[in-house]
Design a protein around this ligand. Structure first.
Ligand SMILES: Nc1ncnc2c1ncn2[C@@H]1O[C@H](COP(=O)(O)OP(=O)(O)OP(=O)(O)O)[C@@H](O)[C@H]1O
Ligand SMILES: Nc1ccn([C@H]2C[C@H](O)[C@@H](COP(=O)(O)O)O2)c(=O)n1
Length: 248
């Protein structure tokens, strides 16, 4: 299956690497974190986050606005999460909330189903050669049959620094609260713990996954390593195609 999964902890560089790689090999790139972020944003916008936090295990997901009723399938849920301005999804509040919401099995079930359908439709339409998906459980749960599974990680201090710089360069003074390094660090600690220890679909490294620690290597080196892995794992990508994208 021409699906490449890239999992790993927050701020490890998955999205950046996946996006660059998708341009190089002409694959479609799908960021699964954004769909969890989109749901978090919706709960926050509906003013329901407080209620959600105190009743986490009994929260009535049907309470959410008719357009976003989780328990019914929302046909354009994935499309909505793609079309929204990504910057609106990258606030600290949404980062923290999305990780909490992602613990709910019902939410995961519905989002996974919607994401799988979207990707399979995309591949089936023959508009794309393949797809790169990134997240926490894309190789272990979402696409266990993916042809190539990568896990990108980095030391937490490195990830804190990367996220800190990323936020500083993205947000203006309206987001001063966002740029305190301790808050970035504390948020990563909490998210690492929640994403790695939740009962349903925790972030794990499954046995056919190749782990790349990017703490001391550049983005370019990481991409080189992944291209070398893809050559072995996805040998069926046609030779002609490989030549056109400098794949060999
Ligand atoms: N060697 C590296 N590899 C990847 N990203 C790096 C590297 N060095 C610095 N970065 C930077 O780290 C920042 C975080 O990367 P990115 O947002 O892609 O992480 P992520 O793993 O997708 O995070 P999240 O899961 O929270 O969305 C980006 O600004 C990226 O440019
Ligand atoms: N496959 C996924 C992707 C994301 N999540 C949750 C957990 C994360 O903390 C949150 C935000 O993701 P990010 O944008 O940081 O990649 O969404 C998940 O549980 N499973």
């Amino acid at each position: 299956m021409n699906i490449i999964t890239i999992d790993g902890p927050a701020a490890a560089g998955k999205g950046t690497i996946a996006l660059s790689l998708s341009h190089l090999i002409n694959f479609y790139y799908f960021n699964t974190g954004n769909i969890f972020r989109y749901i978090a944003k919706t709960i926050i916008d509906e003013g329901l986050m407080y209620e959600f936090l105190i009743n986490k295990n009994h929260f009535n997901l049907n309470k959410i606005n008719q357009n976003v009723v989780f328990l019914k399938e929302i046909p354009d849920l994935v499309e909505k999460s793609i079309l929204i301005d990504e910057k609106l999804l990258r606030t600290q509040e949404i980062s923290d909330s999305s990780s909490i919401i992602a613990e709910i099995p019902q939410v995961r079930e519905i989002l996974n189903k919607a994401m799988r359908k979207f990707i399979y439709d995309m591949l089936g339409s023959n508009k794309v050669v393949g797809c790169i998906v990134d997240g926490r459980d894309t190789g272990s749960v979402l696409f266990p049959n993916a042809g190539c599974k990568i896990f990108i990680t980095a030391e937490r201090s490195v990830r804190t620094q990367r996220r800190f710089e990323q936020i500083r360069s993205t947000f203006t003074e309206d987001f001063q609260e966002e740029i305190k390094k301790k808050r970035v660090h504390d948020s990563l600690v909490l998210r690492d713990s929640r994403d790695g220890s939740r009962k349903r679909d925790p972030m794990i490294i499954v046995k056919d996954t190749i782990v790349i620690d990017t703490s001391k290597i550049s983005q370019e080196e990481t991409i080189e390593q992944i291209l070398a892995i893809i050559r072995i794992k996805l040998p069926d990508l046609s030779k002609d195609y490989r030549k056109t994208v400098n794949f060999i």
